[in-house]
Design a protein around this ligand. Structure first.
Ligand SMILES: [Zn+2]
Length: 196
């Protein structure tokens, strides 16, 4: 069953060990921030630093795993029609809206949406780490400078991630102007049957 995350919102749900999360960009050009923590022990969280360390790359795609702060792999990317995702930048928030978009209305952003969605699972706002920003296009140049560019996705692009443990997932349809090329669209996702 395909579920929809409306534009500029977020959700959270349990993803059992072996189940596969499919995240789809239904229209193209939209970013989705993903957070994962261990079910029942939300202090064990997705960690970009651990992931870069063990995977030896910042360009994560099929075959790579996403690791926790306690050095356990939480998710494995098993399929990826895009190959461009960001794991450097924090979820957009009220503060980032004030910083980058002073002439536009402030929004609670992915951070606020994740904090609200994850609260019932015991995740404190201060524990929310750098998200795995699915479809986000953040090129790094030879001098180390970063830019946020429009996602290169087309309608139907997707990624599939297999849970390597019982997890709680937070997932958004990003609210930031630059991340999504200035427009806001929904994100679709589905939980597929577990595989061994
Ligand atoms: Zn966002």
């Amino acid at each position: 069953m395909i579920r929809e995350i409306p534009p500029r919102s977020g959700t959270a749900f349990v993803l059992g060990k072996g189940e596969i999360l499919r995240v789809i960009d239904p229209e193209g050009g939209q970013v989705s921030d993903l957070i994962a923590c261990r079910q029942g022990d939300p202090c064990e969280m997705l960690s970009n630093g651990r992931t870069f360390d063990y995977e030896e790359t910042i360009r994560l795609t099929a075959g790579n795993r996403l690791w926790s702060n306690r050095s356990h792999p939480l998710l494995e990317i098993i399929e990826d029609s895009v190959g461009t995702h960001d794991f450097l930048l924090t979820p957009c928030s009220e503060a980032t809206f004030r910083h980058f978009y002073a002439d536009k209305p402030v929004h609670r952003g992915c951070f606020g949406n994740l904090a609200a969605a994850l609260a019932p699972f015991g995740v404190e706002p201060d524990a929310i780490p750098v998200a795995f920003n699915i479809f986000m296009n953040v090129p790094v140049d030879a001098q180390g400078r970063i830019r946020v560019e429009k996602p290169g996705t087309v309608a139907g692009d997707h990624i599939r991630l297999r849970a390597l443990d019982d997890l709680v997932i937070g997932l958004t349809a990003c609210s930031a102007y630059d991340s999504c090329g200035g427009s806001f669209k929904p994100i679709h996702y589905a939980i597929e049957d577990r595989i061994p």
